[in-house]
Design a protein around this ligand. Structure first.
Ligand SMILES: [Zn+2]
Length: 231
């Protein structure tokens, strides 16, 4: 199959939590590319408590000093400086969160920060304009769409689905059948609650790797291409 015709697999993970250390090791061992949406204002000197997920797991943010090593070889994108609700803070505060988040990430990782993910998936036209103006090339929402490209609006970019979605493989198949250039999924590593979850995701990566009709792609380049080629 011509590599240009293969469906490109994109994935991104949010929040900069401690389970990302295991996730990035797993991804590296499988040769899978990924982008991580971080809130640098919440990665403090030490690991810090964030919240309890589904009353089952205490979630901790990585320490600032762990970030470079954890995410080496992956793409970094902006998830705001902290993790605010876009529609619950003032316009000025939102601008500050977006701009400060991007600057802090660029300063630390020394790579262009072009992607953005809305905290809690929340946005509207006005908050999206701020993200575009700050120098990002796309912003991911929490909406699902298959195919997810071409998107009607790069600042409200849907993904195909969440990694835990029960219809993950159906959507994967649908993306192929509709001739989509990409299949894009997302999640949080704190959602791995058991060894079974880790093993199931490892099998997901194997299945993608064993599919001759797909190839891992980089955010934001492959996404931009898929939106441009088809529009
Ligand atoms: Zn988040």
């Amino acid at each position: 199959m011509n590599p240009d015709q293969k469906m490109i697999i994109l994935q991104c993970w949010d929040d900069g939590v401690t389970d990302d250390t295991r996730l990035t090791e797993l991804l590296k061992s499988k040769g899978a590319k990924a982008s991580f949406n971080l809130n640098l204002g919440l990665n403090l000197k030490e690991r810090s408590y964030s919240f309890c997920y589904k009353e089952k797991k205490d979630v901790y943010r990585l320490a600032r000093s762990e970030l470079l090593q954890t995410y080496e070889g992956f793409t970094i994108a902006n998830h705001c400086y902290e993790h605010p609700w876009a529609l619950k803070i003032s316009h000025e505060e939102w601008e500050q969160q977006v701009i400060d988040g991007r600057k802090a990430l660029q300063d630390l990782f020394q790579q262009p920060i072009l992607g953005f993910a809305y905290p809690y998936g929340q946005s509207d036209k006005r908050t999206a304009e701020v993200v575009a103006k700050a120098g990002h090339t796309y912003a991911r929402s929490c909406e699902n769409a298959t195919p997810c490209t071409p998107t009607p609006n790069a600042f409200s970019q849907a993904t195909d689905c969440h990694f835990h979605a029960p219809d993950f493989w159906e959507r994967y198949q649908k993306a192929k059948e509709t001739g989509s250039r990409v299949f894009y999924f997302w999640g949080h590593s704190y959602e791995f609650l058991s060894e079974e979850h880790w093993s199931s995701f490892s099998k997901t990566l194997d299945r993608i790797n064993n599919d001759p009709e797909t190839v891992w792609g980089d955010l934001p380049e492959s996404l931009a291409l898929a939106n441009k080629v088809q529009s």
